[in-house]
Ligand binder design. Structure first.
Ligand code: UDP
Length: 319
């Protein structure tokens, strides 16, 4: 591809779990990628393999501050920067609010200045503890603004509002994806989310810490499926939010049992208090993604979780 026609993408949060997989996909599609991350929850190990790639440029920067880039024209701005694990946003409440609010404003400003399309990584957390099940994009949600998760939920809801304002007022080409629980290689071992928590506990032979009585549900999507959906949405001309996730729903107790079975561990289950405002159910209705993008997940739970366990086994060796 000639340098002139080569698309240029900016990815914020590019050293994170999703940002780094998205970067790999964009590079595989012959994009030039300008990767930005302040590494507060991102991990340099996720991008080590990109060192020396002439289409890749990394900038260590906090996007809650003004983003200056010398390029005259950029094609896509993917705004993926944010702490994303409940433990992280409890420890980093103000940076979480700032990156959802100020970071989104800066990333939108960058897209506007450079004539780029803007893609917002939003979340199923915009539905809060949902009273509608499964969740469809036209559900407005049930969020506690002042609870411990409010810093993330409300920041992302603000980010969606800001994105639509730039779309309507400034006529920016924008996309909003609502990401449901996603897992796979490059999640941090100790990020506190249930997938790395249970797998690392199982591999160490420690008890699996089920919060509450384990009857709360989640629906887990393998990362390659999600990245496929993100790429399709970015290339589409659809501006309303789109749920991306795997509708295969299970309780957290069932999930713990599956991890015990697949790893073959002797670990037991230990029940711990349920965190405040922990959503009781979560399952994406993906009919919009199917219709608009022709997208649906392909990787089975067994296959995705086996690949993820292999990754964590290897990371624990070098830990
Ligand atoms: N969870 C659990 N044990 C853990 C970590 C999480 O039982 O060690 C539960 C948590 O209470 C929630 C679900 O697993 O109901 C998913 O939690 P996660 O932190 O992965 O993200 P969430 O879906 O809540 O944003």
């Amino acid at each position: 591809m000639s340098a002139r026609s080569q698309p240029i993408s900016v990815v914020t949060g590019a050293a994170g779990f999703l940002g780094s997989h998205l970067t790999d996909r964009l590079l595989a599609q012959d994009h030039r990628v300008i990767a930005i991350d302040n590494l507060i929850t991102g991990n340099a190990a996720n991008i080590g393999h990109l060192a020396g790639n002439e289409n890749y440029h990394f900038i260590k920067h906090n996007v809650s501050n003004f983003i200056f880039l010398p390029e005259e024209k950029i094609d896509y701005v993917f705004h993926f920067a944010s702490p994303a694990s409940p433990i992280d946003y409890l420890e980093l409440p103000i940076p979480t609010l700032k990156v959802g609010a100020l970071g989104t404003h800066n990333a939108l400003g960058l897209a506007k200045a450079k004539g780029a399309s803007f893609i917002l990584a939003s979340t199923s957390e915009t539905y809060g503890d949902p009273l509608v099940h499964p969740q469809k994009e036209d559900y407005w949600g049930n969020v506690n603004p002042i609870g411990p998760r409010g810093v993330y939920d409300e920041a992302k809801r603000f980010a969606e509002a800001m994105t639509m304002a730039y779309h309507r007022y400034h006529k920016i080409d924008t996309k909003i994806l609502r990401i449901f629980n996603t897992y796979g290689p490059r999640m941090r071992l100790r990020d506190g989310r249930v997938v790395p928590a249970f797998i690392s506990q199982a591999l160490a032979g420690r008890p699996l810490t089920v919060f509450g009585n384990g009857s709360q549900t989640r629906s887990f999507c393998y990362v390659s499926d999600l990245i496929d959906g993100i790429f399709k949405l970015a290339m589409s001309d659809f501006h309303e939010p789109v749920n991306l996730g795997n509708p295969r729903e299970m309780t957290i107790k069932q999930f713990a049992d599956e991890i015990i079975r697949i790893t073959g561990t002797k670990s037991t289950i230990e029940y711990k208090p349920l965190p405040e405002d922990d959503p009781k159910v979560r399952q994406p209705d993906i009919s919009r993604a199917k219709k608009v993008l022709g997208w649906e997940p392909r990787v089975s739970f067994e296959e995705g979780i086996t690949r993820t366990i292999k990754y964590f086994r290897e990371s624990l060796k070098s830990d």
